[in-house]
Write a protein that binds this ligand. Sequence first.
Ligand code: 5RP
Length: 236
Amino acid sequence: MISEMSPIDRAKFVAAKRAADLVEDGMRVGLGTGSTAVWLVRCLGEMVRERGLKFRGVPTSTRTAELAREVGIEVISLDEARWLDLTIDGADEFDGEQNLIKGGGGALLQEKIVATASDQMVVIADVGKEVEALGTFPLPVEVIPFGWQTTQALIEEMLVSMDVLGRQSSLRMNGSAPFMTDEGNHILDLHLGRIGNPRQMALTLNQIPGIVENGLFIDICDIVVIGYGDGRVELR
Ligand code: 5RP
């Protein structure tokens, strides 16, 4: 099957498979969201069915929860788990300090809560997600629907004093309606080009009323498992 995959799918698959091997009996594991995380959940489901692996998973979205149940993983809530041994999730970008942009799939809020409640966070990504400086991928920011245009204006005003190349933002759409997160919020995508100081950006954004969370994951990720199109895997 792996030989029939496109290089990008192969890269995602091998990274996910390598990370799945980190899951041990008895663990409570955060399960990420996105196409790379789909491979992870499928690999873990196979390990449950074929090897009798016993672990409990805390999904980071309704999509992941549905798939996890479908493949035979025991699903529990974060409140039931309280604390996790490990979270494995994808990313939209990672830099040399293992800082991330996440939220391309719109699940950044649950993803950040779950990752922060974990002893270890492992990112699975194809090598194309590696960047020198974060910001080429539009930074997702989850905002409450009430007054979102005012929140957007406050963000754009704040960006004037930040070390970024671009300052545009757009409301994420799902067809002709605003995209809704699992929590019923909207996403603003910030087109920044390059974020000079991701740590400062993350802290400053979260001070604006109306912002629920931003997609910068600073000092949260411990290991990046990088997959290559030729099937190689590298751990950083
Ligand atoms: C979802 C995410 C995903 O992890 C991120 O978008 C990467 O997705 P993919 O594995 O499909 O490239 O943050 O909110």
